[in-house]
Design a protein around this ligand. Structure first.
Ligand SMILES: Nc1ncnc2c1ncn2[C@@H]1O[C@H](COP(=O)(O)OP(=O)(O)OP(=O)(O)O)[C@@H](O)[C@H]1O
Length: 321
């Protein structure tokens, strides 16, 4: 097991940022630390990196107790959201930096830098300055630099956070492929559920300094351990007193056994989806969100103002509280 975090607690004054965290991160995996802002993800990553000291607990990296080891001795590579490159150095020099301060032979440095630039698809930009790169290219340079020292562990703190949606998507596909080639144990922090579900092998959901759940994307999405995890991983709505996903609701214009009966009071088309709001006839009248595809809406003959019967689809997962 690559990284073992045991009983880690961290306070800032009276504030408990991490509360008795226990976590094992498997070797060679791509693990996402996911959770709302302020939950403690970055603090945990910084403690693993050695940039921050825990008040209690231990960190083990590949069987070595790293708790008291300084950051340079942990053999970790890291990349942060706003990556601080050396502005006056070329891309190649930036990537070479970690190797040069470790006094590796010149030939070896040259060869390794070439390999890394190929890996991150920046060969043709090697003589440029960081300011002449796009945001996505700069983050790829940062990854090449982090990988140069052949780290045991790669730690990424919202590495694509500052980029626009399209570049983020490209980089996240690219990170997945890079990881499949390199198999470096990678831990990345994100508050973007889609990013985590799409890229990671394993997710750790952190909220208010505690771990809510650990599992594969499918485990967490299909079998959330709490209402918090269910709500955090995708949209939810309340039907008959239970939280469900809007696309897990069966809707009919014909009378049938139902958890709620109501009227379609809002109809929004978003791409191939139709998002409906159904105002129930009983209870507190809070609208229930239902999502259907355009063809389902046509087949079912749904229109705004229709009276409809709602129930949870057979086989849909609901949180057992
Ligand atoms: N050096 C510090 N001094 C005081 N409080 C801090 C310090 N670093 C972090 N905190 C607090 O600890 C809590 C956890 O912060 P952390 O950055 O780990 O959260 P996060 O989950 O990474 O959030 P985000 O997604 O917004 O980056 C926050 O409430 C933050 O204000």
């Amino acid at each position: 097991m690559s990284i073992v975090v045991s009983n880690v607690t961290k306070r800032f004054g009276d504030f408990v940022a991490l509360d008795d965290i226990n976590l094992t991160i498997p070797t060679g995996g791509l693990t996402a630390l996911l959770g709302p802002s302020g939950g403690g993800k970055t603090t945990l990553l910084r403690i693993i990196a050695g940039l921050e000291e825990a008040d209690t607990g231990t960190i083990e990296i590949e069987g070595t107790n790293a708790t008291a080891l300084p950051v340079q001795k942990r053999n970790v590579g890291f990349v942060f959201q706003h990556y601080a490159a050396f502005k006056h150095m070329t891309v190649a020099k930036n990537v070479a930096f970690g190797l040069e301060i470790r006094k590796r032979p010149k030939d070896e440095v040259k060869k390794r830098v070439q390999e890394l630039l190929e890996l991150v698809h920046l060969e043709q930009w090697s003589q440029r300055l960081p300011s002449q790169l796009s945001g996505g290219q700069r983050q790829r340079m940062a990854l090449a630099r982090a990988l140069a020292i052949e780290p045991t562990v790669l730690l990424l703190d919202e590495p694509f956070g500052a980029l626009d949606a399209k570049v983020r998507k490209e980089l996240r596909d690219w990170l997945r492929r890079l990881h499949d080639e390199m198999h470096v144990t990678t831990v990345f922090v994100t508050h973007d559920q889609e990013e985590a579900l799409e890229v990671a092998d394993s997710l750790v959901i952190i909220n208010e300094g505690r771990i809510e759940q650990i599992g594969t994307p499918d485990d967490l999405y299909d079998r959330p351990a709490s209402d918090f995890v269910l709500s955090f991983l995708g949209p939810v709505t309340t039907l008959g007193g239970t939280l469900v996903r809007p696309h897990d609701i069966e809707i009919s214009r014909y009378e049938q056994a139902a958890a709620a009966v109501g009227t379609i009071t809002r109809w929004t088309r978003v791409g191939f989806e139709i998002r409906l709001e159904v105002t129930p006839e009983e209870g507190d009248k809070t609208p229930i969100q239902v999502v259907v595809t355009r063809s389902e809406a046509t087949t079912l003959g749904l229109h705004e103002g229709d009276r409809v019967w709602l129930r949870v689809k057979v086989g849909a997962d609901r949180v057992v509280s």
